[in-house]
Design a binder for this molecule. Structure first.
Ligand SMILES: [Zn+2]
Length: 304
């Protein structure tokens, strides 16, 4: 039996006012519903929010932060009048798009955001350094093993676990002062014609399917003894999470129950965590000053 602590993170990208949904009232109901589910389960949520959702519901997000949930920034460039996918841009335009969103966040929340997530996981090698320049300390853009060039979202070979980003290469571990917190997924279980791994996105599949992904991820992290063990569930504030009749609410509640069961059945413990809590735990376990960019070595075994 292993004794290990797993952080359980429930994160929602809040974008109900985005062009695809455009329903602020649904967004408010969903965000409240998610927070209620988290509290009822002894957890906290992390809400990464596009500027228009913040502007539509300023009191809600201030209240969420005061209640102990984390509020950070979500960016969809198209909702700010740019191209859909951030990863098509160079560093100057990325800086402009993200800073513009961060300023609108600060107008509502009274401070700059510390955590960030980019729509579609769309990024390139300029993206992480832009985050640190703009004062972000942690967040999520990688979707390890995803190969979706049509969204400028290619993450084949990216680390599955929490790590410092690399200054020049988005799929390596490095020494940038930015903690990447990937969502939990199974790189071997493929969807969308093999382009996307099955991940813990609530709305992707049912609770039974999520059970297998969670179980496999827990076993792998115990086997590899990763420094910060994590179950990272993801969703959007575009479903009726406040309604007990809603399939997504039922799925999320089951996912949380299963995550706790799986960890405890292996002798581990679960702690409630926001993204900021996970980043802090990682910084304590692996101080940045004692970390180096990954050293790559050519594999020459085949030459013998
Ligand atoms: Zn999004």
């Amino acid at each position: 039996m292993n004794n290990a602590e797993f952080s359980l993170l429930v994160r929602a990208d809040c974008e109900a006012t985005g062009h695809a949904i455009a329903d602020a009232a649904l967004g408010e109901r969903a965000t409240r519903g998610l927070a209620e589910i988290a509290v009822r389960s002894g957890l906290k949520t992390t809400l990464l929010v596009i500027p228009t959702d913040l502007e539509a519901s300023p009191a809600l997000y201030r209240e969420m932060e005061q209640s102990g949930h984390e509020v950070g920034l979500h960016v969809h460039p198209a909702d700010q009048g740019y191209e859909e996918f951030l990863g098509v841009y160079g560093p100057d335009m990325q800086r402009r798009i993200i800073d513009e969103a961060a300023l609108r966040f600060a107008q509502i929340m009274g401070r700059r955001p510390h955590s960030i997530c980019i729509g579609y996981g769309s990024a390139n090698d300029y993206t992480y350094p832009v985050f640190t320049e703009l004062g972000f300390t942690h967040g999520h853009i990688s979707i390890p093993s995803r190969i979706l060039p049509e969204c400028a979202s290619v993450w084949a070979g990216a680390p599955l676990d929490v790590h410092y980003a690399h200054p020049y290469n988005r799929i390596l571990t490095g020494t940038l002062d930015f903690v990447e917190i990937p969502q939990t997924l199974d790189p071997e279980s493929r969807m969308w014609g093999g382009k996307h791994p099955q991940d813990l996105r609530v709305e992707l599949v049912d609770a039974k399917n999520h059970w297998y992904t969670t179980s496999k991820a827990v076993e792998r992290q115990l086997r590899d003894d990763v420094p910060v063990k994590l179950i990272h569930i993801v969703t959007h504030n575009t479903f009726e999470f406040g309604s007990p009749a809603d399939f997504r609410q039922q799925t999320l509640l089951k996912m949380i129950e299963h995550a706790i069961d799986i960890v405890t059945s292996k002798g581990g413990t679960v702690r409630a965590a926001t993204m900021a809590d996970v980043a802090m735990a990682f910084r304590q376990a692996k101080p940045l000053g004692q970390t180096q960019d990954v050293k790559l070595r050519l594999d020459t075994r085949g030459r013998q």
